[in-house]
Structures are given as C-alpha cells and as structure tokens.
Write a protein that binds this ligand. Sequence first.
Ligand SMILES: [Zn+2]
Length: 490
Amino acid sequence: MQETNDRLAPDEGEGSVCTEDGATIAAPAEATAGTEGTTGDGDAQGVPSEADLATSRELIEFIRDCPSMFHTAAAARRRLEGAGFTYLPESAHWDVRRGGRYYTVRNNSSVVAFRVGSRLDADGYRFQMSAAHSDQPTFKVKSVPELEGPGEYLRLDVEAYGGMIDHTWLDRPLSLAGRVLVRTANGIESRLLSLDEDVLLIPSVAIHLNRSVNDGCKFNRQVDLCPLFSAGVLRRGDFDRMLASELGVRPQDVLARDLFLVNRTQPRIWGWAREFVSAPKLDDLQCAFASLLGFLASENERDVSVWCCFDNEEVGSNTKQGAMSTLLLDTLTRLNAALGGGDEDYRRALALSFLVSCDNAHAVHPNHPELTDEANRARLNGGIVIKEAANQHYTTDAFSRALFREVCHRAGVPTQTFANRSDSAGGSTLGNLSNIQVSVHAVDVGLPQLAMHSCYETTGSRDTALGVAALKAFFDADLAIEGADRASVG
Ligand SMILES: [Zn+2]
C-alpha cells in the first residue's frame, strides 16, 4: 500500500504538547522554522512526511542488517567505507591527515569513526562527538548449548544478556546471530553468522495448565525461558552441525561462539496516519542510525567530528570495548599525536569539546501516564529528547543543555525533556561512563519510544528524521566553548 498521509485531516492531530521552545507542537512557528529538507513536507500536527517515512524505511533496513552487535559494527563499517572512510586497525601505525576520514574497530563490535577538518585550527582544535550503542537486551547461548528432554525434546541453554522484558520473547519464531570462531588451516578465524531462518521458539504454558497466568507472571529464566530447538529429529551435537553447515566448515572446527537470540518479527510502519514504527532493537539502533546519518551528512572543516558506537551498554559498559573502556581515549590521543599534537594540545582540545550521548528515551505511555513525570516527559513524534537527572546518571547540565537546545533551535528541530519521577530511580546510559575516560561537556539525548527492552519496541515515524536533523546540525555547528561560561554556535 502506498504510504500517503492524505487520510488524516489537518485537525486530527494530537492535543497540543509543549516543546521546550515554549511553542506547542500544534503551532510551533518558531520551533519548526527551517525544517524543510529535514522533516520534509510533514505538517505541524506531527503528520509524517514522505521524507520522514523514507528515513523510517531506511532505519528498518538498517535494523534488518544488525541482528547482533557484531553485525551492527559491520553495517556501520560498510556505510563508513562507502563514504570514503579509511580503516585504521588499532594494531597498525596511524597516518592521520587534515581533511581525512578514518575509523577504527575494537572486538568487531564497537566502532569509532572520525573526520578531521581541513581547516583545523592548529592553536586549539576540538572534538565534536556522538555516542550510541550497538547492543540490545537478548539471550546468549551458553558454550554447551543443548538441553536434552523432557522426552524427545531438544532445547537450548541460554542466559540473559541485559535487562529484557521476559514475556515479550514468548511464542515468537526466533533465530540466531553473532560470531563463531572456527578452526582454519592457519589457526582460528572469526566469522559472522546470521541464520535467515526460524529455528527456535519459547512456548508459553497453556492457560489450562496455569490458571493464574493472567494474574501476573514471573519467569524463572533457567526453567521457563529455554527455547525449543527440536521435537525429536535433532540430537545433541546438531546445534554445531547446523552452524557448521551454515558456515561451510566441519562441525569439529566450530571452536567457540558468541550467539544471541534474534526476534524474527518484521519491523513495520503502521497506524492509520502512519505515525508509528515498530521494530526489534530500536534501543539503540535508532540512535546509532540517526547519529551515523547526521555524521555522514555533515560538513565541518574546523573540528574533528567523531561518531562512536559502543558495545555492551546493556550490561554496564565496563568491558574492553564498552563506553567505559579506553577505546575513545585511545582513538583521540592517537589521532592527536598523529596530527602532531602533544599532551598539552590534547588536553586543550578536550576543554573545547562536546559529546552528545544518544540513547533512546521513554515516551509517555498511553495507558500509564502516571509512570512519567507530569512536566518533564516526552511524546512520540514530538522532537529529540534531552534527558536529565539530578544524580548525574545523565550527563546533561545547564551548560550542555543550553548549547544543545541552541543547536536544535537554529536547525528548527523541536526538543523535549525527560526527567525521572522523583520517586523512581530511572535508568542510565553511556554518556557519564565514557566521561570517566574522556571528560568533556556532554548532553544525554534520545529519541522517544515505547516498551523499551521489549523484543519489539515502538517509536514515532517522524522521530528518526528529527534525530538525523539534530545530529547533523550538531556536527555542522562551529562550536566555540569557553569553559562553562559561554559558547557560540556558528
Ligand atoms: Zn539503550
């Protein structure tokens, strides 16, 4: 079906919601100025334009390309290579020039790309950076994968990776993706694996066998959430035989694997007015994608623009390739040295730098508005969300918030605010963790979504395009930061 929007009368939009610019979404003359070319012909009611829908469809393609963090890194690398970026292995000598585009990778699951301005100010340059994450909550297959029985059944032995909503994983065809280490004539080699088939399912218990199922259900992950692999045809050892046949190697040459369950439900744009996008892994592939598109579409010859996508955010980021690792620090210090900068230059650059930490945000829930703060909450299709927390689990402070708002305001991208209810702990993300290694002004932002950490999440069909526009504006901006006193946004 053609995705046109002419079925929605202009006055059928939602009630007005305040943006940060004090305008309403319904009449944001100031807030939407200059949105042509970014959100296209969408109107002020929040009706998605063809350009918004095209960006959402591109997001869906990206998500299909990213069934695991290893595939996310590979998909990002393909886009970077297509845009003329050169791969700098961490083990190689780095030759970095002004005007050049480069990227490096750690563990094949985290990527840092950077573009060096051709008119970099030798006396005081800066980094303008974004960070998102490549992983999402799912289940990881254990090294000895098969559980025999009961009866003829064969099940898989899996454990939780991150904090998922358990029940959303039931009764869905599932697949597998990740990496497999195989023996070769010369040693061992890592291979990407993504099965293009339904091979698993975690069945619910029938209501007749559990009459209290609708009273609320708590799952024991060791007992209740083992996926079914065979009803009797397959035997112990067939899991590796399946992988081997997929990879074209002998079963005995499958040495180790990092494999994760994949929800096979297809992403889609939906709603009478095409307002919604539902897909697995919107947290945080939507931000990874939007920031990558904004980064690649931007031009800035006076800074070093840096795009980061870190693995392991969902398990705390404290791994060798996570946001708490030395990956960003190592990349920045090495490129500084390759440009001829010394320690002093690096520290001066950090003082002038800015990080936008991009991880999706909670939209107000349609059935449970009481779960979000009454004043500081976001809605779908309402603009990029600036997240703040007094406990500093989000990096946002008044300085970084003001600067990012100004960038968005100038680009005509509406902003919204998210703050936790004061009686709830809320979440955290990667900005404050990466700031341990690389301490710079930083703001935490995200795109609004529902059902975070469900295996099928929902966002607005305008939101990705708004995210691209905001991040492009940030990377384009000629920022001049003076301590925490003042900044200009050129
Ligand atoms: Zn996230």
